[in-house]
Design a binder for this molecule. Structure first.
Ligand code: 13P
Length: 336
């Protein structure tokens, strides 16, 4: 494993550095002290009775030491399931909050408290209350990429894996207010044909994936299957063209069963580490070299190590908020 400008690559020559319309990621070596850190983390994990959960966008070294890598839904379920006393949550703050609310008896740590989410910051509770006042019969559905204070104002939560199923369970005569991701909301609206009002939030990392670039890449790599995350800024134009619209875990599972040898991957580039590690025989082209989540990259192996040393930074949600915010999450988990 090695890293390039915060992008994880597997460092075994699978950099996919092609010209001809494709983008390049150049592997460099993993820092020498990482081997020692990994050993120390393994020991500390035992001592603390901790489990390490890592989102698919985390740097490769973190994915390598994690007990479980997954998407937002998989991580929430794993947090619920584990009997570890401590969860070191290597992801962004709203994900750790979700784990803390689902498992109030466990200690949830995050390596860097500033690992937030620009998309989640695009809506605040007052805005939901004002929107609801204009649509008093509306059902408010939030993407999991929201703070606990926002979730406390919502009726249902969804992830990129289960949005269609959750929305289909809402009575057909209800109008839906969807926050905060415009692109995921557009996708769900097109798929379910429901009356959905969309908030105009977006993920900057996914918005960096431009349709023109994707078009060029697809022309240059006609054999490659095109996998698209529904948060992509190019969704509205590319949605119908994509071979598959999938969550990050959905992409991993799809690649596992697809006979294709090449894939264009339209999501945050941290996912490439997992794809390349699991499938060194396949080639993965990032849809944009700029699709980097700077918040996800705030967590590093060093900070993960320090989390276990000092039992920092504990993520908690105030009880009166958690009581309400956990309801839309539980409704979602009960459906799918
Ligand atoms: P997934 O649930 O597909 O992993 O996506 C999470 C996320 O935050 C995407 O930006």
């Amino acid at each position: 494993m090695s890293e390039t400008n915060g992008h994880a690559t597997n460092g075994n020559g699978h950099s996919n550095g092609h010209s001809n319309g494709s983008v390049t990621t150049t592997p460099t070596r993993e820092p020498a002290h990482y081997a020692l850190l990994k050993e120390k983390i393994a020991v500390l994990k035992q001592e603390r009775q901790a489990i390490i959960l890592a989102h698919n966008y985390q740097e490769g070294a973190i994915q390598d030491v994690a007990d479980f890598c997954g998407d937002s839904l998989g991580l929430a379920r794993m947090a619920q399931k584990t009997d570890a006393k401590v969860i070191l949550f290597c992801g962004v703050h709203f994900m750790a909050e979700t784990a803390a609310m689902l498992c109030p008896e466990k200690i949830v740590l995050i390596p860097d408290l500033n690992a937030g989410c620009s998309l989640a910051d695009m809506i605040i509770p007052e805005q939901i209350r004002a929107w609801r006042a204009k649509h008093p019969d509306g059902v408010v559905v939030c993407y999991v990429n929201t703070s606990a204070t926002v979730k406390a104002e919502c009726d249902y939560c969804v992830t990129s894996t289960n949005g269609i199923k959750v929305i289909e369970r809402i009575p057909a005569d209800k109008e839906i207010l969807f926050v905060p991701d415009y692109y995921l909301g557009s996708y769900l609206k097109a798929k379910t044909k429901r009356h959905i009002h969309l908030w105009k939030g977006y993920c900057p990392a996914h918005a960096a994936i431009l349709p023109e670039k994707v078009d060029r890449l697809r022309e240059a790599r006609p054999e490659a299957e095109f996998l698209l995350h529904p948060e992509c800024g190019c969704t509205t134009k590319q949605m119908d063209l994509a071979d598959q619209v999938l969550s990050t875990e959905g992409m991993v599972q799809y690649v596992n069963r697809s006979p294709a040898k090449e894939f264009i991957v339209a999501t945050e580039n941290g996912l490439l580490h997992r794809l390349r590690t699991q499938h060194p025989e396949k080639t993965f082209y990032p849809a944009s070299e700029y699709a980097t989540c700077h918040h996800m990259q705030r967590n590093t192996l060093e900070k993960a190590f320090m989390s276990l040393v000092n039992m920092q930074h504990v993520v908690t949600v105030e009880a009166t908020i958690a009581e309400r915010a956990v309801l839309p999450i539980r409704r979602m988990l009960d459906i799918v």
